[in-house]
Design a protein. Structure first.
Length: 218
């Protein structure tokens, strides 16, 4: 099984690509229930990029514990049918598989994601990059492999047990679905996912989570 490790230079390139444009490039799509969704059209792509901003009531350990719990994904990630860890490199790096169910007649999608966690030692802010690695394993028959996938989670801890969260996603779902159809409902998935994520963080296993490798704001 071949590994595709994300080098420091590539990490910086991905962050720059996703976050480097001016903030006024983003257009507010929805603002409801404490969740703001922005979209923009990246250069060279027909699919809109999204940015979701909200506030969580959780510890950093609770959030990371939930994101590490791949088997829980179908409970809260929009249309996620299956998720499992493929390889753990360290507490801060691993690969996982994720399958998304589509509405007929569109084929289901799957993606192999390289997940890297970094924490700023000064302000304790956590940045997580999720990068598609389509060649990590063979494609499954009848399922379209997502080949272009970049996401970044940013979690900035606040006093009083709250965390500012920002999620940025750029992908090309592949296949023959027209871009305008994907763009039309681009906010639906992220909004539902974040709402469900907030509910999940209230469960005891995440609310009481304490990860030795994650430092909380003192």
């Amino acid at each position: 099984m071949k590994k595709f490790l994300l080098s420091g230079s590539l990490f910086l390139a991905v962050v720059s690509f996703i976050l480097g444009n001016k903030i006024d490039d983003w257009q507010l799509k929805t603002d409801k229930d404490g969740i703001k969704v922005y979209t923009r059209m990246p250069e060279g792509s027909s699919f809109k990029e999204i940015k979701v901003i909200t506030t969580f009531e959780s510890s950093l350990s609770g959030i990371v514990a939930l994101l590490n719990d791949k088997e829980s994904f179908p409970k809260w990630i929009y249309r996620c049918e299956e998720a499992r860890q493929l390889e753990k490199v360290s507490d801060f790096e691993y690969y996982h598989y994720q399958k998304t169910s589509a509405v007929w007649p569109v084929s289901d999608r799957d993606v192999i994601i390289h997940f890297v966690i970094r924490q700023n030692p000064q302000n304790k802010k956590i940045t997580i990059t999720a990068t598609g690695q389509p060649e990590y394993m063979k494609s499954n028959k009848g399922i379209v492999r997502v080949r272009d996938y970049y996401a970044i989670w940013e979690f900035e801890p606040l006093p009083g047990g709250k965390v500012n969260g920002t999620y940025t996603l750029r992908l090309n779902p592949g296949g023959d679905v027209p871009a305008w159809i994907i763009n039309l409902g681009v906010a639906e998935g992220p909004v539902n996912t974040i709402k469900n994520m907030k509910k999940m963080l209230n469960e005891a296993k995440y609310k009481n989570a304490k990860l030795a490798y994650i430092k909380e704001l003192e």
